[in-house]
Design a binder for this molecule. Structure first.
Ligand code: HQG
Length: 180
């Protein structure tokens, strides 16, 4: 499968597993899992046809490990990034001293005032690597990288979670913990 097709299937799976399962009539359970056969069947009916082999390749080759399969490959879910109400049973974790957030200039005034907010997602997303944050910001334009004093936040009692694909998540980041 070429990269373009892989990306296309991955984007489609992100859409239905994170945001809008109803567009193909798919049901997710409370933890965000979908039945793989049901996903493929309902996707095909909407013109998004892909094979089991292709699905496995998308899951395995995804550099960000966006998706998880259960052991016998009958169920699939997105590892993070949801806007719909699912409970991922995320594990709390002790963050490194600094984490990074990539954004763009037009949000800076608001972020200076109110800190980082989760917007439509369940959490604010933070990266361990500056490069990753740069790529996240670059989705929206010229990236601006913010350094978050996650160690200080944690010592002040703020909870952090780490997703299965190594994204750091927290409820919000008050402006006093952000280095602009
Ligand atoms: C900004 C992708 C105004 C925030 C990425 C961001 C990531 C504020 C946007 C994952 C704000 C929300 C998440 C405030 C934050 N006022 N704007 N107070 N606080 N913002 O997409 O972090 O490829 O929900 O800076 O790689 O960009 O989909 O969050 O620009 O890991 O797997 O509001 O999505 O992963 O945007 O991206 P998003 P994000 P995938």
């Amino acid at each position: 499968m070429d990269q373009k097709r892989r990306k296309n299937i991955s984007k489609f799976m992100s859409l239905v597993l994170r945001h809008s399962p109803e567009i193909i009539g798919l049901k997710l359970d409370d933890q965000g899992w979908a039945d793989v056969q049901e996903l493929m069947g309902k996707a095909a009916r909407k013109g998004q046809r892909f094979s089991m082999e292709e699905l496995l390749e998308v899951v395995a080759e995804c550099e960000k490990q966006r998706f998880a399969l259960n052991e016998d490959h009958t169920r699939i879910r997105a590892n993070q990034g949801h806007s719909i109400d699912v409970s991922l049973d995320l594990e709390t974790a002790t963050p490194p001293e600094y984490l990074y957030h990539g954004t763009v200039g037009k949000f800076m005034q608001a972020i200076r005032q109110e800190g980082l907010r989760k917007m439509s997602r369940h959490h604010v997303h933070l990266s361990e690597q500056r490069d990753t944050a740069t790529a996240v910001g670059a989705r929206r334009g010229q990236p601006v990288i913010l350094t978050v004093h996650s160690g200080r936040m944690f010592r002040d009692g703020i909870t952090f979670f780490r997703s299965a694909n190594n994204v750091w998540l927290t409820d919000n980041v008050p402006a006093k913990y952000i280095e602009f």
